[in-house]
Design a protein around this ligand. Structure first.
Ligand SMILES: Cc1cc2nc3c(=O)[nH]c(=O)nc-3n(C[C@H](O)[C@H](O)[C@H](O)COP(=O)(O)OP(=O)(O)OC[C@H]3O[C@@H](n4cnc5c(N)ncnc54)[C@H](O)[C@@H]3O)c2cc1C
Length: 297
Protein backbone atom coordinates (compact mmCIF):
# COMPACT_ATOMS: atom_id res chain seq x y z
CA UNK A 1 0.00 0.00 0.00
CA UNK A 2 1.28 3.47 -0.90
CA UNK A 3 1.44 6.02 1.89
CA UNK A 4 -0.75 9.11 1.35
CA UNK A 5 1.26 12.13 0.26
CA UNK A 6 -0.65 14.61 2.42
CA UNK A 7 -2.05 14.12 5.87
CA UNK A 8 -5.87 14.37 6.06
CA UNK A 9 -5.50 15.59 9.65
CA UNK A 10 -5.21 19.36 9.81
CA UNK A 11 -2.31 20.80 11.77
CA UNK A 12 -3.04 23.21 14.63
CA UNK A 13 -2.93 26.15 12.18
CA UNK A 14 -5.06 24.53 9.47
CA UNK A 15 -8.82 24.32 9.24
CA UNK A 16 -11.63 26.83 9.75
CA UNK A 17 -11.18 29.59 12.36
CA UNK A 18 -13.57 32.33 13.43
CA UNK A 19 -11.38 34.37 15.80
CA UNK A 20 -13.22 36.50 18.36
CA UNK A 21 -10.86 39.49 18.12
CA UNK A 22 -8.90 41.34 15.45
CA UNK A 23 -5.65 40.54 17.29
CA UNK A 24 -6.44 36.81 17.20
CA UNK A 25 -7.20 37.01 13.46
CA UNK A 26 -3.96 38.86 12.75
CA UNK A 27 -2.04 36.34 14.87
CA UNK A 28 -3.39 33.54 12.65
CA UNK A 29 -2.14 35.40 9.58
CA UNK A 30 1.21 36.35 11.09
CA UNK A 31 3.24 33.36 9.87
CA UNK A 32 2.45 34.29 6.24
CA UNK A 33 1.24 30.74 5.54
CA UNK A 34 -1.36 30.14 2.80
CA UNK A 35 -4.65 31.43 4.14
CA UNK A 36 -8.04 32.41 2.73
CA UNK A 37 -9.71 35.22 4.64
CA UNK A 38 -13.52 35.18 4.67
CA UNK A 39 -15.51 38.41 4.88
CA UNK A 40 -19.11 37.61 3.96
CA UNK A 41 -17.96 34.62 1.91
CA UNK A 42 -20.11 35.39 -1.16
CA UNK A 43 -17.08 34.98 -3.42
CA UNK A 44 -15.02 32.59 -1.27
CA UNK A 45 -17.67 29.96 -0.55
CA UNK A 46 -18.71 29.34 -4.16
CA UNK A 47 -15.02 28.72 -4.94
CA UNK A 48 -14.83 26.19 -2.11
CA UNK A 49 -17.93 24.46 -3.43
CA UNK A 50 -16.38 24.31 -6.92
CA UNK A 51 -13.33 22.60 -5.44
CA UNK A 52 -10.98 25.34 -6.63
CA UNK A 53 -7.63 24.71 -4.85
CA UNK A 54 -7.90 26.63 -1.62
CA UNK A 55 -5.49 27.19 1.26
CA UNK A 56 -6.09 24.78 4.14
CA UNK A 57 -6.45 27.66 6.60
CA UNK A 58 -9.69 29.66 6.50
CA UNK A 59 -9.99 32.75 8.71
CA UNK A 60 -13.55 34.05 8.99
CA UNK A 61 -13.81 37.67 10.19
CA UNK A 62 -17.52 37.48 11.06
CA UNK A 63 -17.10 37.36 14.85
CA UNK A 64 -14.70 40.28 15.21
CA UNK A 65 -16.44 43.05 17.15
CA UNK A 66 -16.80 46.39 15.38
CA UNK A 67 -15.91 45.20 11.87
CA UNK A 68 -19.57 45.53 10.83
CA UNK A 69 -20.09 49.03 12.26
CA UNK A 70 -20.32 52.51 10.80
CA UNK A 71 -19.28 55.26 13.21
CA UNK A 72 -18.74 59.02 13.05
CA UNK A 73 -16.49 61.04 15.35
CA UNK A 74 -16.54 64.71 16.38
CA UNK A 75 -13.78 65.52 13.90
CA UNK A 76 -16.07 64.66 11.01
CA UNK A 77 -14.53 61.27 10.14
CA UNK A 78 -16.92 58.46 9.26
CA UNK A 79 -15.45 54.97 9.64
CA UNK A 80 -16.95 52.11 7.67
CA UNK A 81 -15.84 48.74 9.07
CA UNK A 82 -14.55 46.31 6.42
CA UNK A 83 -17.31 43.89 7.45
CA UNK A 84 -20.17 46.31 6.79
CA UNK A 85 -22.58 44.76 4.29
CA UNK A 86 -24.55 46.54 1.57
CA UNK A 87 -27.63 46.08 3.76
CA UNK A 88 -25.72 47.68 6.64
CA UNK A 89 -24.91 50.66 4.42
CA UNK A 90 -28.56 50.99 3.40
CA UNK A 91 -29.82 50.88 7.01
CA UNK A 92 -27.33 53.04 8.90
CA UNK A 93 -28.11 56.74 9.45
CA UNK A 94 -24.34 57.37 9.38
CA UNK A 95 -23.94 56.20 5.76
CA UNK A 96 -22.84 59.00 3.41
CA UNK A 97 -25.25 59.70 0.51
CA UNK A 98 -23.08 58.18 -2.22
CA UNK A 99 -22.77 54.82 -0.44
CA UNK A 100 -26.49 54.82 0.28
CA UNK A 101 -27.17 55.23 -3.46
CA UNK A 102 -24.68 52.46 -4.25
CA UNK A 103 -26.19 50.05 -1.73
CA UNK A 104 -29.65 50.56 -3.22
CA UNK A 105 -28.48 49.31 -6.63
CA UNK A 106 -26.58 46.13 -5.75
CA UNK A 107 -27.96 43.09 -7.55
CA UNK A 108 -28.12 39.58 -6.14
CA UNK A 109 -31.05 40.05 -3.78
CA UNK A 110 -31.08 40.07 0.02
CA UNK A 111 -28.56 37.24 0.26
CA UNK A 112 -25.82 39.32 -1.35
CA UNK A 113 -26.92 42.64 0.15
CA UNK A 114 -26.86 41.29 3.72
CA UNK A 115 -23.84 39.03 3.33
CA UNK A 116 -21.44 40.66 0.86
CA UNK A 117 -19.15 43.19 2.54
CA UNK A 118 -17.53 46.42 1.43
CA UNK A 119 -14.15 45.02 2.53
CA UNK A 120 -14.62 41.79 0.56
CA UNK A 121 -15.48 43.68 -2.60
CA UNK A 122 -12.53 46.06 -2.16
CA UNK A 123 -10.06 43.21 -1.54
CA UNK A 124 -11.36 41.22 -4.52
CA UNK A 125 -10.81 44.37 -6.67
CA UNK A 126 -12.88 43.19 -9.60
CA UNK A 127 -12.87 46.19 -11.97
CA UNK A 128 -16.53 45.36 -12.80
CA UNK A 129 -17.86 46.27 -9.38
CA UNK A 130 -19.38 49.25 -7.60
CA UNK A 131 -17.19 49.59 -4.54
CA UNK A 132 -13.72 50.60 -5.86
CA UNK A 133 -15.00 53.62 -7.82
CA UNK A 134 -17.14 54.83 -4.93
CA UNK A 135 -14.30 54.56 -2.40
CA UNK A 136 -12.02 56.56 -4.69
CA UNK A 137 -14.77 59.15 -5.28
CA UNK A 138 -15.11 59.56 -1.52
CA UNK A 139 -11.34 60.02 -1.05
CA UNK A 140 -11.55 57.07 1.33
CA UNK A 141 -8.52 56.06 3.36
CA UNK A 142 -8.04 52.29 3.65
CA UNK A 143 -6.99 51.10 7.10
CA UNK A 144 -4.82 47.99 6.90
CA UNK A 145 -3.35 45.99 9.76
CA UNK A 146 -1.03 43.08 10.31
CA UNK A 147 0.13 41.60 13.61
CA UNK A 148 2.85 44.25 13.98
CA UNK A 149 1.32 47.51 12.80
CA UNK A 150 -1.54 49.48 11.30
CA UNK A 151 -1.11 51.56 8.15
CA UNK A 152 -3.32 53.83 6.08
CA UNK A 153 -3.40 54.61 2.38
CA UNK A 154 -5.72 56.45 -0.01
CA UNK A 155 -8.13 54.13 -1.84
CA UNK A 156 -6.77 55.40 -5.18
CA UNK A 157 -3.39 53.85 -4.22
CA UNK A 158 -4.93 50.67 -2.77
CA UNK A 159 -6.41 49.56 -6.12
CA UNK A 160 -3.43 48.50 -8.22
CA UNK A 161 -5.09 46.76 -11.19
CA UNK A 162 -7.61 44.04 -12.06
CA UNK A 163 -7.96 41.82 -8.97
CA UNK A 164 -4.83 43.42 -7.50
CA UNK A 165 -4.51 45.60 -4.40
CA UNK A 166 -1.83 46.88 -2.06
CA UNK A 167 -2.85 44.31 0.59
CA UNK A 168 0.32 42.53 1.79
CA UNK A 169 0.67 38.94 3.01
CA UNK A 170 -0.46 38.77 6.63
CA UNK A 171 -2.61 41.90 6.35
CA UNK A 172 -6.31 42.55 6.65
CA UNK A 173 -8.38 45.52 5.60
CA UNK A 174 -9.94 46.72 8.84
CA UNK A 175 -11.93 49.78 7.78
CA UNK A 176 -12.37 52.71 5.43
CA UNK A 177 -12.15 56.27 6.77
CA UNK A 178 -14.07 59.08 5.07
CA UNK A 179 -13.33 62.74 5.77
CA UNK A 180 -15.99 65.39 6.32
CA UNK A 181 -15.89 66.47 2.64
CA UNK A 182 -18.23 63.56 1.90
CA UNK A 183 -20.97 65.34 3.81
CA UNK A 184 -20.80 68.52 1.73
CA UNK A 185 -21.94 69.24 -1.81
CA UNK A 186 -24.29 67.13 -3.87
CA UNK A 187 -23.71 63.57 -5.05
CA UNK A 188 -25.05 61.55 -7.93
CA UNK A 189 -24.47 57.88 -8.65
CA UNK A 190 -25.46 55.86 -11.65
CA UNK A 191 -24.47 52.62 -13.30
CA UNK A 192 -25.08 50.61 -16.40
CA UNK A 193 -25.65 46.94 -15.57
CA UNK A 194 -25.11 43.95 -17.81
CA UNK A 195 -28.60 42.80 -18.82
CA UNK A 196 -28.06 39.15 -17.95
CA UNK A 197 -25.82 39.08 -14.89
CA UNK A 198 -26.63 42.47 -13.38
CA UNK A 199 -22.91 43.17 -12.88
CA UNK A 200 -21.79 46.76 -13.52
CA UNK A 201 -20.47 47.61 -16.97
CA UNK A 202 -19.90 51.27 -16.08
CA UNK A 203 -20.45 53.26 -12.90
CA UNK A 204 -20.13 56.99 -12.28
CA UNK A 205 -20.01 58.98 -9.06
CA UNK A 206 -20.46 62.74 -9.44
CA UNK A 207 -19.69 65.31 -6.76
CA UNK A 208 -20.67 68.97 -7.11
CA UNK A 209 -19.69 71.78 -4.77
CA UNK A 210 -21.64 75.02 -5.11
CA UNK A 211 -20.48 78.56 -4.36
CA UNK A 212 -22.48 80.91 -2.13
CA UNK A 213 -24.41 82.28 -5.15
CA UNK A 214 -25.51 78.76 -6.15
CA UNK A 215 -23.16 78.41 -9.11
CA UNK A 216 -21.03 75.30 -9.39
CA UNK A 217 -17.59 75.89 -7.89
CA UNK A 218 -16.12 72.41 -8.50
CA UNK A 219 -17.23 69.19 -10.18
CA UNK A 220 -15.61 65.80 -10.05
CA UNK A 221 -16.48 62.47 -11.62
CA UNK A 222 -15.14 59.03 -10.72
CA UNK A 223 -15.82 56.25 -13.16
CA UNK A 224 -15.80 52.63 -12.10
CA UNK A 225 -15.99 49.34 -14.03
CA UNK A 226 -14.74 50.93 -17.26
CA UNK A 227 -11.01 50.58 -16.68
CA UNK A 228 -8.59 48.44 -14.71
CA UNK A 229 -8.79 50.88 -11.79
CA UNK A 230 -11.21 53.76 -11.05
CA UNK A 231 -10.80 56.83 -13.27
CA UNK A 232 -11.00 60.36 -11.84
CA UNK A 233 -12.04 63.33 -13.96
CA UNK A 234 -12.18 67.00 -12.94
CA UNK A 235 -14.99 68.63 -14.90
CA UNK A 236 -15.00 72.39 -15.61
CA UNK A 237 -18.06 73.85 -13.83
CA UNK A 238 -19.75 75.16 -16.99
CA UNK A 239 -19.39 71.76 -18.66
CA UNK A 240 -20.80 70.00 -15.58
CA UNK A 241 -23.87 72.20 -15.85
CA UNK A 242 -24.39 71.79 -19.61
CA UNK A 243 -23.30 68.18 -20.32
CA UNK A 244 -26.40 66.47 -18.86
CA UNK A 245 -28.71 68.55 -21.07
CA UNK A 246 -29.37 68.61 -24.80
CA UNK A 247 -26.21 70.55 -25.70
CA UNK A 248 -24.47 68.18 -28.11
CA UNK A 249 -21.11 69.96 -27.98
CA UNK A 250 -21.11 69.85 -24.17
CA UNK A 251 -21.85 66.10 -24.27
CA UNK A 252 -18.99 65.61 -26.71
CA UNK A 253 -16.74 67.71 -24.47
CA UNK A 254 -17.52 65.50 -21.48
CA UNK A 255 -16.97 62.35 -23.53
CA UNK A 256 -13.56 63.68 -24.65
CA UNK A 257 -12.59 64.47 -21.04
CA UNK A 258 -13.53 60.95 -19.94
CA UNK A 259 -11.68 59.38 -22.87
CA UNK A 260 -8.54 61.37 -22.09
CA UNK A 261 -8.59 60.23 -18.46
CA UNK A 262 -9.10 56.49 -19.05
CA UNK A 263 -6.03 54.97 -20.65
CA UNK A 264 -6.72 51.37 -19.79
CA UNK A 265 -10.25 50.33 -20.81
CA UNK A 266 -11.44 47.08 -19.20
CA UNK A 267 -12.77 44.00 -21.00
CA UNK A 268 -14.43 40.98 -19.48
CA UNK A 269 -17.41 38.69 -20.08
CA UNK A 270 -19.86 41.53 -19.31
CA UNK A 271 -18.57 43.91 -22.00
CA UNK A 272 -15.46 44.58 -24.01
CA UNK A 273 -13.28 47.67 -23.88
CA UNK A 274 -14.83 49.22 -27.00
CA UNK A 275 -18.33 49.04 -25.53
CA UNK A 276 -17.24 50.46 -22.19
CA UNK A 277 -15.48 53.30 -23.95
CA UNK A 278 -18.67 54.09 -25.91
CA UNK A 279 -20.96 54.22 -22.86
CA UNK A 280 -18.67 55.86 -20.30
CA UNK A 281 -19.44 59.47 -21.32
CA UNK A 282 -23.21 58.91 -21.22
CA UNK A 283 -23.06 57.29 -17.78
CA UNK A 284 -20.92 60.18 -16.56
CA UNK A 285 -23.52 62.67 -17.85
CA UNK A 286 -26.31 60.81 -16.01
CA UNK A 287 -24.40 60.91 -12.71
CA UNK A 288 -23.89 64.67 -13.16
CA UNK A 289 -27.62 65.08 -13.88
CA UNK A 290 -28.47 63.27 -10.65
CA UNK A 291 -26.06 65.42 -8.66
CA UNK A 292 -27.51 68.59 -10.26
CA UNK A 293 -31.04 67.46 -9.35
CA UNK A 294 -30.14 66.26 -5.87
CA UNK A 295 -30.59 68.11 -2.64
CA UNK A 296 -27.25 69.37 -1.30
CA UNK A 297 -26.28 67.24 1.72
C1 LIG B 1 -25.30 37.22 -7.20
C2 LIG B 1 -24.29 38.32 -6.98
C3 LIG B 1 -24.59 39.63 -7.36
C4 LIG B 1 -23.66 40.65 -7.17
N1 LIG B 1 -23.97 41.94 -7.57
C5 LIG B 1 -23.03 42.90 -7.46
C6 LIG B 1 -23.29 44.23 -7.89
O1 LIG B 1 -24.36 44.58 -8.36
N2 LIG B 1 -22.29 45.13 -7.77
C7 LIG B 1 -21.08 44.79 -7.25
O2 LIG B 1 -20.22 45.65 -7.18
N3 LIG B 1 -20.83 43.56 -6.79
C8 LIG B 1 -21.77 42.61 -6.89
N4 LIG B 1 -21.51 41.37 -6.44
C9 LIG B 1 -20.21 41.11 -5.80
C10 LIG B 1 -20.32 41.42 -4.32
O3 LIG B 1 -20.12 42.78 -4.19
C11 LIG B 1 -19.23 40.62 -3.65
O4 LIG B 1 -19.58 39.25 -3.79
C12 LIG B 1 -19.11 40.95 -2.18
O5 LIG B 1 -19.04 42.30 -1.87
C13 LIG B 1 -17.82 40.33 -1.65
O6 LIG B 1 -17.81 40.50 -0.26
P1 LIG B 1 -17.65 39.26 0.70
O7 LIG B 1 -17.50 39.84 2.06
O8 LIG B 1 -18.68 38.23 0.52
O9 LIG B 1 -16.24 38.72 0.17
P2 LIG B 1 -15.57 37.31 0.45
O10 LIG B 1 -16.10 36.30 -0.48
O11 LIG B 1 -15.62 36.99 1.90
O12 LIG B 1 -14.05 37.68 0.09
C14 LIG B 1 -13.68 38.19 -1.18
C15 LIG B 1 -12.16 38.33 -1.21
O13 LIG B 1 -11.72 39.33 -0.29
C16 LIG B 1 -10.90 38.78 0.73
N5 LIG B 1 -11.29 39.49 1.96
C17 LIG B 1 -12.56 39.63 2.42
N6 LIG B 1 -12.57 40.48 3.48
C18 LIG B 1 -11.27 40.84 3.69
C19 LIG B 1 -10.64 41.73 4.63
N7 LIG B 1 -11.34 42.45 5.55
N8 LIG B 1 -9.30 41.87 4.56
C20 LIG B 1 -8.57 41.19 3.63
N9 LIG B 1 -9.11 40.36 2.70
C21 LIG B 1 -10.45 40.21 2.74
C22 LIG B 1 -11.15 37.29 0.69
O14 LIG B 1 -10.03 36.54 1.14
C23 LIG B 1 -11.41 37.06 -0.77
O15 LIG B 1 -10.21 37.01 -1.49
C24 LIG B 1 -22.41 40.35 -6.59
C25 LIG B 1 -22.11 39.04 -6.21
C26 LIG B 1 -23.04 38.02 -6.39
C27 LIG B 1 -22.66 36.62 -5.95
Amino acid sequence: MTAPTTSPVPTAREGYFAPPTLAAALDLLADGGPTRVIGGGTLVYPRLARDVPTPRRLVDLARIPGMDRITSDDGGTTTIGAGVTYGGLARSPETPPLLRMLAGGITGGPQIRDQGTVGGSACHANPSSDVPGALVALDAVVVLADAARERRMPAREFFRGPFATALAVGELVVAFELGDAVASGAWGYTKLKHGGSGWPVATASAHLVRAGDGSIAAARLTLGAVAAVPVEVRVPPDLAERAPGADVSARAGLRDLVEAAAPDWWSDEQADATYRRRVAGAIAARALARALDGEPS
